[in-house]
Structure formats: C-alpha cells, structure tokens
Design a binder for this molecule. Structure first.
Ligand SMILES: [Zn+2]
Length: 826
C-alpha cells in the first residue's frame, strides 16, 4: 500500500493514549468487593432454569448482581429508569435477585418505552447536526437529536445535557418540545428522563414515537436554560445494500453450526478458493472440551466428600469408582484399597464397630492413598468436613457429565480434549499490505447467531468474488481474518450439554465452588480476560468470583483463547479493524468500554477524530443492517459501551484499540426489533428459533441482516486503506478583527483530530487535542476574550496530516495552520 510520507501510524496516537491510561490507573481497588469463594445455588441443568426479564437501577446494581455470581449479561438495554435485561436463573435465584433490589418484570415481557410522544403534523425537512450554543453560558446543550423510521413508524431520539445535571436537591428537570417540520411552531411538551450511572449524571435522554419528522427541537430546563437543535437523520439515507444487485449471491447458511461444522467449512473454503483464502492456525490450543470425573459421596453438608479424578473423564477418569465400605469389626483404622480403577475406602470404626471416619479424613485419605487416581478430594463447599461419612450402597462411578446430552443436542460425537482454532483468512493480496479486518465471533458460547453471521459473510466473499464488482473490490483491498468461534469448548458445551453456557470450560474454582453441582458456572469470561482497563486493575464489570458469569480469570490473558487474539494482531500488524461479534441486544460499541466505579473514571476516550470515524463507520454498517428488513440499531445503543450501557472490564476492544491502535468494535447482533403489531420493541434471545418469525426474532433473519453489516465493515476498511487524501480544517468564525469576545470552534472536512496551541508554540502530537464539549457531543467552543493566535493541524483516521505538515520534526516550513482572532481593546 502506497502511503503518503506525512501519514503517521495510528500506533503513535494510541501510544499517547496508552500513556494517559497509566496515569489514570487505579490503586488496586476491587470493584466487585465480592469474596471469591462465595457459593450459591447454581442452575443444575437447563430444565431448572428460566429466563426472566429484569430491571436494575443502574450499572452499580449490575456490577453487584454480576459479582454475586448471577448470569446477567447481554440482551441488556438502557431504559430511562435504569437497565433492563434477561437473567438465566432458578426460582431460588429469582428470590435472591429481588432481595438485592432487582425488579422482576416477568418471563416474557417485551421492552417498552413508556414515554411515547404525541405526533405532530407538517412536512419533512433536510437534516443537519444539532446546533450548539456556546458552553460558557449554556445551562442546556443538545447532545443528539435523531430521526429514524422502522416498519412504518417514526421515532425521535434526543440526548441533552444540563450543566446542573449532577445537582441532587432539587433535581433539575428538562422538557422537550418539537416542531412538526420546517417553520412550524414548537409544541408537544413532554418530560425527559434523567440518566444517572454510578452516581454520575450522564445526560437526559428519551426515545419518542412520532408520526411526522420534526425539523427542530427545543429543550427547557427547570432552572430556565433553553437550547434548540436541528434534527438529524439516523440510518435514513442508506445506499442500496450489496444484496440489491440481482446477481449477488447470499443466504448460504441454513441453520446453526457447532464449532466442528464451522471449522470444517472454513477449511473447505480454503481448499475451494486457494487463490483468495487460506487457514491460519492459532498457536494456543484451548483447554479443551473435557472435564475431570467427579462425584459427591458420603452424605450431605458436613458429611459430604467431593471427589475429582486426576485424569480427564475421557482419559480414564470416567472409569473410576469409589466405594465407602463399612466393616463390622471394632477399632479399625481408615484404609484405602485400589484395584485397577476401583477405589475402596475402608472406613474406620470405634469400639462398637460403628464407622467414625469424617469427610475431612476420607478426603485426605483419597488424595494421598488412591494410587494417583484421585488428586482432588475435599469437604463440600465451605464445610470443614466434620460429619461422619455414610457407607455407600456399592461402588459410585465418577463422571465428567459430558455424555449427558441436553434435549435437542445435535447428532454425533463431540471430540473431547483441546481444540486448535483455525482462522479463515480471505483476501487476494495476503501480504500484509492491505488493511486487515478481524471478525471474532462467539467468545461467549451460547451466542450462536454471531457464528452464523460471520460464516455467512465469509461465504458471500468467496462466492461473489468473481461475479460482483463490489465484492471483488473488498477481496482485493482488504485482508480479512474470520474466527468463526473463539470459544469452541464452551460452544460445544452449549450445543450438547447446557445451552446457557457463556464462558469457556476452564475450571479455576477453589474447593468451595468445585463440586459438580456448580459445573455449569465454571469457566472464564473470555471478554473480561484482557489487559487494558481490566478488573485486575480495578475496573468495573469483571468478577473475581469463579462462578460469576463475568469471571475475569486468575490473571490477564490467563486463557489460551485470549492469548491467541493477541498473538494474531501482533503477527499480522496490518490488522487495523476488529469486530467482536456477540448477541443479543442490537448494539454497536467502541471505546470507552470500562470504568473505575469510584468516580466513574473511564478508559481514555478516543480522540475526536477517531470518535467521529467510529460514528461515521457505525452509520455505514448499521444502514446496511437496516437495508435487509428495517432493523434499526438505535443511537442510544451506539457509542462507547460504558457511556451507553455498562462497564466491561478487560474486554478485547479496549486492549486492541489502546495497545495496537486497532479500530475495535463490538456488537450485539439480534434482538430489539420494533414490532408494529404491539407498538413495542421486542428483545431477542441467544438462540432464537432459526426459522422464527422473519419479521421479528429469527436466527436466519438476524444472520442475513448482520452479515450485511459485516460486509459494509469490509468496505469501510477498504476505503480507509485507500485513503491518502489529507484532511482540511478551519476555525469558525475565522481570523479577523472582532469588536468584542467571540466564540470559535474547529471544523474538519472529514473525521479528523486537531492538535493546537494558543501560546505561540509550534503544534505537535503532544499539543492539546481539540476535544468534545463533553462525551457524545460535538467539538468544544472557545470563548475568546483577548487577541489569540491558534496554530494547528489535523490528522484523519488513516493518519493523513493536513498540508503534509510533519509534527514530529522541527522542519523549517512550519506548514501548519494559523489564525489570529483580534479582539478590539475597549
Ligand atoms: Zn457476548
């Protein structure tokens, strides 16, 4: 790829960001505050758990609930009064959730926005960004005002801030009015909802149903602040999707695919299309779809012994039997006999011949005297094992429970043991010179649609390469890496044993959580196992509890699956884009994605140029998703994930963006489609019926619409790779003589970050960055009261620098921009 000499590597920018990260690091706070060994009732199998719809007051409560071990993740959605989502729980857990303050909304409730607005009358009008008043005297600012339509219904989404938003007594309210088209009066007043997270006021926001597109909105705070803004279009102006071309081939995937099917198809594609595809094997094998064989023997509570084989179940552990034998004679010592795989524990007796061995004594004897067959035996959970064990009726067989298939599991044997993950690499020029795009699906095992979405995208690339011009351009100008399932062990467990499995299969639990009844809760949340903004560094949303749904692992990158991702992006340094594909919820995320709860300190915000590039890319990607069947990912579900939803410590996106300068997206495909029949937004599920209602929740429809989005992400990357056009920028209003103080701001010709000085010095990459007024808002406004000279340059998302200025060298040209604002002396 030919690069302009003045194009700087993104890494330079992110290194800068990284250094800021260090200075904002926490002092080892534990955000969860939970003890690792806390044991709780865990769902034993699929039949005893149910999905309930819940409402939490905010991310604080979400952290507490997750830290306590509840499986509450994905399908989460911000609502005006908190977060709604779905929890996989037993009846007992549902009661515990209620005790923690979580509101249970029922088993099958759709998401409903209560603040529906009146419709207006009038005509549509052109769009523009919301107008911004100067910040120094504003008490209300418009953050976003977006119009979109879906399935024949119009919606207005508004975010706005009051500078008094944090004030608690009295709380400052806000009212929204809108017109009904250009030149019509404001009306339809209604109250906005205040969005508070981790004790911090974020903004006010609401989604309103409207029948007519407004041109302008007006916000009034209860303390008299007023702001008006122009309404923009959201995903309304999409070009036709690739699928609009009649010769374009799509709809290749006709059902869910387990990891073996995904991988074998990936390898087949590489064989069928050797000129544009190959397999890259990830170096770290997974820890395996395998378990040690176990049994709980001797009684319950203090009398129970939890026995675990030294060998994996399929490597002999499942052949072990353990027998607690009662002998009639008096005053016998505890003994262990081992014959082949049969372990006989001969219980000690007292003077009357009654058994006297306690659970703790038997456990110790099994650990040390079973000829190496048993290497882990301990009392049940937190008990000390003081109870006398009961003799067994005969030999008890140990089992890894993996042969207990769930109802509806696919046919065939699942290979036991570690897996090697193949990466399907597609691109005409796989020489490291084209921008690489990493599509990583199914970090979370139960998320089946991300895998089919990714496979469908790969199929579209190879099948349309020769016949479709746009696809050919993608294949010739990008280097795509598909990881169709990054958690094959967990995914096999989800397909064959426990459908709700989220994490991998690695059991890091201490004895207190290691009994077989807790097996469905073991494993590491792979998307909490990375190094930037991690739970180990005190960020919120990762749990230290090994049975929590968001268990972060014993250390950063402790798991082979996360090590592999780092290996891949370090080996293929051309990877500049990444999509971590999850389900379900209808959200598209980037940074920041994690914060320290105390003070709500986020990981560093992307510079304004990256933020604008993310928004621009998101609009392109989501427009193509919408083009399939009008599914709209709404603007309140787009942005830095910790700004709009919750903190997820140690997620992959933070690491790839901050360490490697990779534009790292995460999305929640599926769910949250508008149902015109009920007038509500309907949430989805992890494994929607493949051929479900094609207008609502259907694995097939979700696969097809989100594959559209992945294809557009490739086009974003291809455009980025070919972008050698320098950005331009200006100060508005520009240089000149002003009779009094003046408000100025910067504008750029494309998403770009501005570095500027006002002290006469030459601008460099260390100079102040032009920032947003506040997060999710446009650029800041400078209130200039005395004569000031601005010196600046802009850098676009591809690293091109305005006027080819070189900020890294002290060259004589001083080819940066300059403008003097002269303020007349009074
Ligand atoms: Zn997920």
């Amino acid at each position: 790829m030919r690069r302009s000499q003045r194009r700087i590597a993104l890494l330079a920018l992110s290194t800068l960001v990284g250094s800021i990260l260090v200075t904002t690091g926490p002092a080892g706070a534990d955000p969860t505050g939970s003890s690792a060994a806390a044991s709780r009732s865990q769902p034993e199998d699929r039949e005893s758990v149910r999905l309930v719809h819940v409402r939490l007051t905010g991310a604080d409560m979400l952290d507490k609930v997750a830290a306590a071990g509840f499986d509450l993740e994905h399908g989460l959605r911000r609502v005006p009064n908190g977060i709604e989502g779905e929890a996989v729980v037993t009846a007992e857990q549902a009661t515990e959730l209620t005790a923690m303050g979580v509101e249970l909304l029922g088993d099958d409730a759709g998401f409903a926005w209560s603040n529906e607005a009146d419709g207006g009358i009038g005509i549509g009008a052109a769009s523009a960004r919301a107008a911004q008043p100067a910040s120094h005297d504003a008490t209300v600012r418009v953050v976003r005002a977006d119009w979109f339509t879906t399935k024949g219904q119009g919606f207005l989404y508004v975010e706005a801030r009051t500078t008094e938003g944090q004030q608690a007594d009295p709380i400052v309210g806000m009212q929204l009015e809108n017109d009904s088209g250009k030149g019509t009066p404001f009306g339809f007043a209604r109250t906005m909802s205040r969005f508070v997270d981790s004790g911090q006021y974020m903004f006010h926001r609401n989604l309103f149903k409207l029948d007519v597109r407004p041109n302008k909105i007006k916000l009034t705070s209860s303390t008299g602040g007023v702001a008006t803004g122009v309404v923009s279009n959201w995903l309304e102006d999409a070009p036709p999707p690739l699928t609009a071309n009649p010769s374009y081939k799509s709809d290749f995937v006709d059902g869910y695919r387990h990891p073996q099917q995904l991988y074998s198809r990936a390898m087949e594609i590489a064989r069928q299309y050797p000129d544009i595809a190959e397999i890259v094997y990830l170096p770290n094998q997974t820890n395996g779809y395998q378990r040690k064989a176990q049994a709980q023997i001797g009684g319950t509570g203090q009398a129970a012994v939890v026995v675990t084989s030294a060998a994996w179940g399929h490597q002999g552990g499942n052949d072990i039997t353990v027998d607690f034998v009662d002998r009639p004679d008096a005053n016998l010592p505890l003994a262990v006999e081992v014959t082949g795989k049969a372990v006989r524990v001969l219980l000690a007796t007292d003077a009357s011949g009654a058994p006297t061995s306690t659970a703790a004594e038997v456990a110790e004897a099994l650990r040390t005297r079973s000829a190496g067959l048993i290497d882990r035996a301990h009392p049940y959970r937190t008990n000390e094992g003081t109870g006398i064990v009961a003799p067994t009726a005969g030999p008890v067989a140990l089992t890894d429970f993996l042969d207990q298939k769930r109802v509806g599991a696919p046919e065939g044997e699942v290979p036991r043991g570690p897996a090697t993950i193949p990466v399907l690499r597609i691109g005409k020029h796989r020489d490291g010179k084209k921008p690489g795009v990493l599509i990583q699906a199914q970090d979370h095992a139960r998320e089946w649609v991300p895998a089919t979405t990714s496979l469908e995208s790969a199929e579209r690339l190879v099948h349309n390469y020769r016949s479709d011009r746009e696809t050919k351009k993608i294949v010739e100008n990008t280097d795509v890496f598909f990881i169709l399932s990054n958690n094959p062990d967990g995914a096999n467990y989800s397909f064959y044993n426990f459908a709700s499995q989220r994490k991998n299969m690695t059991n890091h639990c201490p004895d207190a959580s290691a009994d077989p009844a807790q097996r469905n809760s073991w494993g590491v949340d792979l998307n909490r196992n990375y190094r930037v903004g991690s739970g180990h560094d005190g960020y919120a949303g990762g749990s230290t509890n090994c049975v929590s749904g968001t268990y972060q692992g014993p250390g950063e990158l402790s798991e082979p699956e996360s090590k592999n991702i780092i290996w891949l992006v370090e080996k293929y340094k051309n990877i500049k884009f990444m999509m971590s594909v999850h389900s379900n919820g209808g959200q598209l995320f980037w940074q920041p994605g994690a914060y320290i709860a105390d003070g709500r300190i986020t990981t560093p915000r992307p510079p304004l140029g990256d933020e604008a590039f993310y928004w621009q890319s998101a609009a392109r990607i989501l427009s193509q998703v919408k083009a399939h069947r009008e599914t709209v990912v709404t603007p309140e579900n787009v942005g830095g994930s910790s700004d709009v939803l919750y903190s997820s410590a140690g997620n992959v996106r933070e690491d790839l963006y901050h360490t490697y300068g990779i534009y790292a997206f995460g999305w929640e495909v599926g769910g949250s489609v508008y149902n015109p029949a009920t007038g509500d937004w309907q949430g989805g599920s992890f494994q929607p019926e493949w051929d479900g209602n094609p207008e609502l929740v259907s694995g097939h429809a979700e696969t097809m619409e989100y594959a559209n989005g992945i294809m557009e992400m490739f086009r974003v990357a291809a455009d980025w790779g070919r972008d050698n056009k320098n950005p331009t920028s200006q100060l508005v209003p520009g240089a000149g003589r002003y009779s009094g103080p003046v408000d100025v701001h910067f504008e750029t010709s494309e998403p770009a970050t501005i570095y500027y000085t006002t002290d006469g010095s030459r601008p460099t990459l260390q100079s102040p960055r032009y920032a947003a007024t506040e997060f999710r808002e446009p650029g800041q406004v400078f209130h200039v009261t005395e004569t000031t000279t601005f010196r600046w340059f802009s850098v676009d998302s591809a690293g091109n620098i305005e006027k080819n200025y070189d900020p890294t060298k002290n060259d004589k040209r001083n080819n940066y921009r300059t403008a003097t604002i002269k303020i007349a002396k009074r």
